[in-house]
Design a protein around this ligand. Structure first.
Ligand SMILES: Nc1ncnc2c1ncn2[C@@H]1O[C@H](COP(=O)(O)OP(=O)(O)O)[C@@H](O)[C@H]1O
Ligand SMILES: [Mg+2]
Length: 249
């Protein structure tokens, strides 16, 4: 299956500092959720910034739908079909859900297409339909995340980049958000998901990659990564707790 986005041998970093990404290669096949896991500071958000054109790589290539788009800025990347849902919360709390979602389509000229996309995201995210005229700030964290998802899908992207969508959510809201990620995939958008909550993310994803020292260290079907005991111990918080030390009296 062709890849919606490919990052090939990417070197990237900030200013004069040593590169954060050092030869990173990752591809997102159509119809899949690819999950990139790694500890805090490993460079996960940096990968997504490169993928959406917010950060220009020092070297390497980016292909979207097989077309070379290396060096394009965020507007061109969005037009090429790459939407980015940033880490943290990016809804405008004092605006309605409707206004927030419509912002995602502000680059679109065709009104009929916008109306079509509104119907599509309302169907995909029932909370968006139910709370359409509410102020976004009144929604729960998990509901706000779904508003962000809906906003990102307005342009009908080929691939959506999700940066730690479960951050700050309770387990129930996290479960709902991951269910919605699956629905996005099933509705035709490939997903590059970045998560610190590695185990949960790999349970949702089709393919997984482990980011270490600026490269993809291990990759494969998510179920295989989950089953790998060594990986579990190193990256998935799978090491059993140390037995309590009994003080000698
Ligand atoms: N805007 C920035 N300017 C300078 N350094 C940054 C910036 N953003 C991230 N970094 C550095 O890049 C490294 C990777 O960060 P990041 O991609 O945010 O990691 P992760 O998302 O995996 O937690 C860290 O060392 C971080 O301090
Ligand atoms: Mg991050």
């Amino acid at each position: 299956m062709a890849s919606e986005i490919e990052l090939i041998d990417i070197q990237a970093g900030y200013g004069r500092a040593a590169p954060v990404l050092r030869g990173l290669t990752v591809a997102v096949p159509a119809g899949t959720i690819v999950c990139l896991v790694g500890p805090n500071g490993a460079g996960k958000s940096t990968v997504l910034k490169v993928a959406s054109g917010l950060l220009t790589p020092r070297s390497g290539r980016i292909l979207v739908g097989g077309r070379e788009v290396t060096g394009q800025g965020p507007q061109r990347m969005l037009a090429a079909g790459v939407a980015h849902v940033l880490q943290g919360h990016s809804v405008f709390r004092e605006m309605t859900v409707a206004e927030n979602v419509l912002l995602g389509g502000y680059t679109l000229k065709n009104k009929a297409f916008v109306a079509e996309r509104v119907e599509f995201v309302k169907e995909l995210f029932p909370v968006v339909a139910d709370r359409w005229d509410s102020l976004a700030g009144l929604l729960s964290g998990g509901q706000q995340k779904q508003v962000e998802f809906a906003r990102s899908l307005m342009v009908d992207p080929k691939v959506v980049l999700l940066d730690e969508p479960s951050m700050g959510l309770d387990p129930k809201a996290t479960a709902t958000v991951f269910e919605q990620v699956v629905r996005m995939r099933d509705a035709g958008t490939a997903v590059l998901l970045v998560e610190q909550n590695a185990r949960r993310a790999l349970e949702t994803a089709d393919l997984g990659c482990v980011l270490d020292l600026g490269r993809v260290h291990i990759s494969g079907p998510a179920s295989e990564l989950l089953a790998d005991p060594q990986l579990g111990e190193l990256y998935l918080g799978g090491r059993p707790a140390e037995p309590p030390v009994t003080p000698k009296v």
